[in-house]
Every structure is written in C-alpha cells, then in structure tokens.
Design a protein around this ligand. Structure first.
Ligand SMILES: Nc1nc2c(ncn2[C@@H]2O[C@H](COP(=O)(O)OP(=O)(O)O)[C@@H](O)[C@H]2O)c(=O)[nH]1
Ligand SMILES: [Mg+2]
Length: 255
C-alpha cells in the first residue's frame, strides 16, 4: 500500500487513535438517495468487525432504500433537507448525540461503486497514528480511473489542480470513500450541504494543518442510476458547487 505524504503529514506528533491502544471504534456513514438495489450489497461488503456501526442517511428515497438498509443491519437516519452534505451532517449529528462518539468515521457512497472490503486500507494510516484524514483515491489505479466517467475525471483534475495552486497539496481525487478521526472532523466545522462536501473537507483539512494521506482504492460502475455525474444537470451542478466551494474557502470569509 502506498500513501502520499507531504509536509502536511509531518506537522503533528505521531499518536495512535483508539483508547489505550485498543482497536479504534469506527462508524460508517452512507448518504443515500434511492439506492434500494445497491445498499444491501454495500452494507454486506463492510468487513465483519466494522459492520456493527453503520448509519445510512436518507433524504426521502421513494424506492424502499431505508427499509433495505435496516434489513441489512444499518441504523437509518432521516434528513428532510436534501443534499449530499446535508445527509453527511445528519450522520455526524447522530454520532455526536451518543454518550461516546467513535474514534474514526468512514464515509462511503451507497451505490456500490466503492469496495467496502477496502476499509481497513483506508483506516490503517489513522490507526497507525500517521494520518488524521485518509482519502481513497480512484486516480491511482488504472482500473479505477477507467471506471470514472470522463466528466468526473475532468472535474477531479480541475478541482485538485486548483487546490494544489491555492494550498500546495497534490490531492489526486475527491473520492467519496474516506476516513477521518472524530477529533479532526470536529476541527473542520463542516457546513456544506451539497456536493461541495467532499472538497470542503479536503480543503479545510489543509487549512487546519491536519495530516492528510491518500491510498489507492478500487472503483467500478455503480448499481442503479447516477444522480450526479451520470446526468448533465447533476454534473454541472456538482461541478459548480465544487469550484464555488474552493473559491469561497480561498477568498471568502470562511476560516
Ligand atoms: N442523502 C442523499 N444522498 C445523495 C443525494 N444525492 C446523491 N446521493 C448519494 O450520494 C452518492 C453519490 O451519488 P451518485 O448518484 O452515485 O453520484 P455519482 O457517483 O457522481 O454518479 C450515492 O450514494 C447517492 O445515493 C442527496 O441529495 N441526498
Ligand atoms: Mg456514484
């Protein structure tokens, strides 16, 4: 496994995550909208030791997604406000309401494009105490790159180039499959309710001086219908939100 290390990874003392050297508690958040055909596959592919704490956040699916998620053992959270970021924020709020939040949060899409089996690979740099945020990059393996739609490849290149220009960090992807410590997540003060969510997290991690790593992840065609990059409207909207988020983080009044 290769991780991409930069000066950002060297700013903090190395410390492992999880109390008293035990295996860190990891919760998984899956934002979904009409993924009934895929969600069971995603949940079942989460490695056994991690599957006990899965939160599926639904924004009003009409195809039975929440029922399917619950049938596969997930906790279902309903969020009336639409949007990918809204769903992720609702998942975080649910975790925050617990007496003891987890050590690590993994985010993954509910469309079966990512491979939940690869979760240990994502969490490893955090568990080892060498990263606070780990992005699963779909740009590092040729097979994963090939599974990305051309508009997604183009959007990722544009966004990661802008981030490199403004914050000097060579992200290779804005992949949705990622792991972050609970403490780091609190420091980010995430706000975006749209598809700017993933880029907001990556940029704020740099602005806060968090230790960031990338690991290669596999990627395949989703099950079911895309709401974002598979449609012209979705691509334009997502592209706009991503670029607007980057410029707002750079030139706006956000910290
Ligand atoms: N909760 C929620 N999930 C969403 C929304 N839009 C997309 N998703 C989920 O976000 C993930 C990515 O969406 P997808 O349609 O696969 O986009 P693509 O990967 O660009 O084709 C999937 O798990 C979707 O179900 C939304 O408005 N609310
Ligand atoms: Mg997808």
């Amino acid at each position: 496994m290769s991780t991409r290390n930069t000066p950002y990874t060297q700013r903090h003392e190395s410390r492992s995550v999880g109390t008293n050297g035990t295996k860190p508690e990891t919760a998984t958040i899956i934002p979904v909208l009409n993924e009934a055909a895929a969600i069971g596959t995603v949940i079942d592919a989460i490695p056994a030791g991690w599957r006990h704490d899965v939160i599926v956040v639904d924004n009003g699916s009409t195809d039975g997604t929440p029922e399917a998620a619950a049938a596969h053992g997930a906790e279902v959270v309903y969020e009336p406000r639409r949007g990918y970021g809204s769903a992720c924020l609702a998942g975080i709020a649910r975790l925050a309401s617990r007496p003891a939040p987890p050590d690590i949060v993994v985010f993954i899409d509910g469309d079966a494009s990512d491979y939940p089996e690869e979760m240990p690979r994502l969490v490893a740099p955090i568990a080892a105490g060498s990263a606070d945020l780990v992005i699963g990059s779909r740009a590092l393996l040729a097979s994963s790159r090939a599974a990305l739609l051309p508009q997604a490849r183009f959007g990722n290149r544009l966004a990661t180039s802008l981030i490199n220009l403004f914050w000097w960090f060579p992200y290779s992807d804005l992949g949705p499959f990622r792991a972050i410590t609970w403490t780091a997540l609190q420091r980010l003060g995430m706000r975006d309710r749209t598809f700017g969510w993933t880029v907001e997290m990556q940029v704020r991690a740099l602005k806060r001086g968090l230790r960031v790593a990338e690991v290669p992840v596999s990627y395949r065609q989703r099950i079911g219908t895309s709401k974002i990059t598979g449609t012209v409207k979705g691509s334009v909207m997502a592209g706009w939100m991503i670029i607007a988020t980057i410029f707002s983080e750079r030139f706006g009044r956000t910290t």
